[in-house]
Ligand binder design. Structure first.
Ligand code: 5AD
Ligand code: SF4
Length: 457
């Protein structure tokens, strides 16, 4: 039997022939996490092989792909708004509209799309993304709508072409899916069970990236420290092997789960000089009571003792985190526990979310949902605390020397360059363009809420 991806390359070729000489363009609208961003890079890779070139202007596009996320509710309203805007363009220009990703694994969303947005051409799920070329071919040939969503766990497909957004840093997905079933989270339902790529495939990809000049790698997965490369090869082994790859200077990873953070991973972070010493350690709540209801399988005390152990073992380690406020049944005392952990850990960065009910998850069925007003009030209190701690934290950078990988020109000021400290703080500074994709030492001269200013040493 022909390899599935070989078959898809044939479709890319066929579409490319049909499109020849027409200068067709594609646009991608990506929602959600870095895993989705990485999927979108693969969608770009396939579209380019089909003969489309990228445009940032959706209005000019002959094919538009929406890569969706369903982790929180506001994404849905946004998506439907965007698709609604496409109707006129579809009528005038015949733009092909494809919608894929996590949200398409939810039946009620696909139903709504079919009912209210019948002009959408292709609907694909998380397990069928690799077939986009085949789908586009059928649209061009038959002009018939395609719906290709399956609920079984997808296989891992190696060799999908990829067009990366960046030239200095690259994301590498090491595993797909999640087995944890945190009670608020839709991910296990839409991305299926955990599947790890083989160490060989991952290391080969990273070596190729190093050869192409990439300096920073982010290893991606819903729960990276339960990575299972087979024959006892674990996430800590992978970190050590990536650390050996010449040319790669910085290694980051998202996201680990506190319950799976074992000593071997802590040791690997400590030993591997390229592994960033900012660890993203999703807390979700500081209350043991709520953590239990979230099915997180650690307590406040266990989280704090993990942080303490890491601070003892790993020099200069700092943390970032995700926090949800307003989970069902969250009391004022529970919320105070969250604030307490924030104060104790002193996070460098906190991604804050208001609990959002997700159809099909256990938390959605819990009775004591928190009123919107209280959720927002708690969110604002958390935000205030985080911002005041950040301000304080930023001050400690002044006068320090930071080694920074130069990523490019600053978006807000093209006369300046930008990069990030090891702890992931954005630094802007004056410098020549040829410094891009090199590592420079910067002296930090001032701090601002969202960035630091530096000077080349
Ligand atoms: N409501 C709010 N935030 C959520 N997250 C996941 N599910 C929900 C939800 N239902 C947050 C978690 C997770 C991050 C990616 O999104 O904090 O770590
Ligand atoms: Fe969702 Fe929990 Fe899995 Fe993260 S670990 S994707 S929050 S179920």
């Amino acid at each position: 039997m022909k390899n599935e991806i070989d078959k898809q390359y044939e479709y890319m070729e066929k579409v490319n022939k049909i499109n020849e000489g027409q200068n067709l363009q594609y646009a991608i609208y990506t929602m959600g996490c870095q895993l989705n961003e990485n999927d979108s890079e693969k969608i770009s890779g396939m579209l380019e092989k089909m003969g489309y070139s990228k445009t940032e202007d959706i209005k000019k596009a002959d094919i538009v792909v929406f890569n969706t996320c369903c982790v929180r509710e506001n994404a849905e309203d946004k998506l439907f708004g965007k698709i609604g805007e496409m109707k006129k363009q579809k009528e005038e220009k015949g733009t092909i509209i494809a919608i894929g990703g996590c949200m398409m694994q939810e039946e009620h969303i696909v139903e709504k799309l079919n009912k209210s947005y019948p002009f959408v051409d292709i609907i694909f799920g998380t397990h069928t993304m690799h077939k986009l070329s085949e789908d586009v071919y059928h649209i061009l040939e038959k002009r018939a709508k395609i719906q290709d969503v399956i609920t079984i766990d997808g296989e891992i497909y190696e060799g999908i072409p990829i067009k990366r957004n960046d030239k200095t840093k690259a994301s590498v997905t090491i595993m797909y899916g999640c087995n944890n079933f945190c009670t608020y989270c839709i991910v296990p339902y839409v991305r299926g069970r955990e599947r790890s790529r083989t160490p060989n495939d991952i290391l080969k990809e990273i070596k190729e990236l190093a050869n192409e000049g990439y300096k920073e790698i982010t290893l991606l997965g819903q729960n990276v420290n339960s990575y299972d490369g087979g024959n006892g090869y674990k996430f800590s082994n992978l970190l050590r092997d990536v650390n050996k790859i010449e040319g790669i200077e910085k290694i980051r990873f998202v996201s680990p789960h506190p319950k799976d953070f074992k000593e071997d991973v802590i040791d690997a972070i400590k030993d591997c000089e390229k592994v960033s010493k900012i660890i993203h350690l999703p807390l979700q709540s500081g209350s043991s009571n709520i953590l239990k209801k979230m099915n997180r399988r650690y307590t406040k005390e266990q989280y704090l003792s993990l942080v303490k152990r890491m601070k003892e073992k790993i020099q200069n380690v700092v943390f970032s985190t995700d926090i949800i406020v307003g989970f069902p049944e969250e009391t004022e005392e529970d919320f105070e526990d969250t604030l307490d952990v924030v104060r104790k850990v002193n996070f460098e960065q906190v991604f804050m979310f208001i609990y959002s009910r997700r159809v099909g998850t256990p938390a959605d069925k819990m009775e004591a949902q928190i009123p919107e007003g209280i959720k927002h009030e708690r969110f604002n209190r958390l935000k205030e605390l985080v911002e005041s701690m950040m301000e304080e934290n930023n001050k400690k950078y002044i006068g320090t020397i930071q080694s920074v990988l130069v990523e490019g020109k600053s978006k807000n000021n093209p006369n300046m360059l930008t990069g990030r400290t090891d702890s992931n703080k954005v630094v802007v500074f004056e410098g020549k363009e040829d410094l891009i994709n090199t590592v420079v030492d910067l002296k930090i001269v001032s701090e601002h809420m969202w960035y630091l200013k530096g000077e080349i040493m």
